[in-house]
Design a protein around this ligand. Sequence first.
Ligand code: ZN
Length: 404
Amino acid sequence: MLNALENFSDTLAETALKLPSSSFQAHVFKCIDALCEDFRSRLLQNFNFATNIGNSFVPDKKYFLQSMLFGEDPSDKTITQYISLLKSYKSIEKVHELQVDGYKQYDIHNFDLNIFDLSNNCPDIPMLISFSLQIFEFWDFQSSLALDYTRMRNFTKIIFKGYKDPPYHNAYHAADVLQSVHILLLSPAKSPKYLLYDTEDKFALLLSAMIHDFKHPGLNNDYLNKTSHKLALRYNNISVLENYHVSQAFKIMQNSENNIFHSLVNVNRIRKSIVEIVLATDMAFHNKHVEDVQEVVAKPSAFNMPNMLGILMHAGDISNVCRKFHISKEWGKRISAEFGIINALENPDSPSNGLPQEESQKRFCKFVMPFYKNLSCLYKTVVNWSNTLEENLSMWEGHTKMTQ
Ligand SMILES: [Zn+2]
């Protein structure tokens, strides 16, 4: 076992020597030392790999070590995975140096980040643009996919402007979901194969998060179908809003200046993947996602990456119930307000306020609990999410008792 470890660290050292910056090389060597130390101590603990990395982390060596070590022994696949992580790591250095397009940098790796505080403190800063540019820089798609950043900036600005202003499905929600999905992509996993996203997968998932509710009107599919809305007619009552969001986002790319697919190689594959991922955000598929995750937990060979990308997108989309209570509560208030508007449209003569916020939040937390519990068996970051979800549920149960 220790021989395997030594071979492994040699391979990493060789990779590190090829890295462009000497300060980064030094950092990687430190990581390798820590990796060996970490691995030795785990050996001493009889492979007790149960580790809780906490919600708030900087993307440091610990994350990279744990990403790999949650799995089985180092194998060719884990080495490949680790090396690809090291390669993506170089963009961290760049992020520290760059003010991306003049937009402020945020602690995008921190799930406890309070987007409402940021927006209150800096109301003029479009969070979605800042988050998008920073996250796409982090993953360094410029190097790996030859992504044209001028077009990316143009596209991002138009996406931001196209988000409307309903209480919940606005650009803040898009920024929030984008950050959640980014954090999921950084998560350690139970098995290295759950982490074998290729660059196009990552790009498709992050871009999907950014556009997934583009031009959302603040209504839901059920209402659009019942009222034979023109969008319901256009999409034959099938995932109406989701089809609309992705199709409208692609429409922007018809203008060459905004066409982020311009220099990409596998455009058809990426495009197909984005459509599938955005369509997977339809809540109608929630139970299917739960079943699919359960199946992988029971039978890891059932794992397939395209399907998992849709599941991770869904996990990010509804993850505000897994944020710290004060943040989650604000999202709950907003979704209740949006439901209230739909309710008033459906019942103009006798508008009811629907369920009180605490009751609807309690029900939603219970409804999504099995999803996050199962997903936490695959991705370690979700362990923290599902723990916070449980805490939030008990907070809402306390609220309900107080108001009874
Ligand atoms: Zn959404």
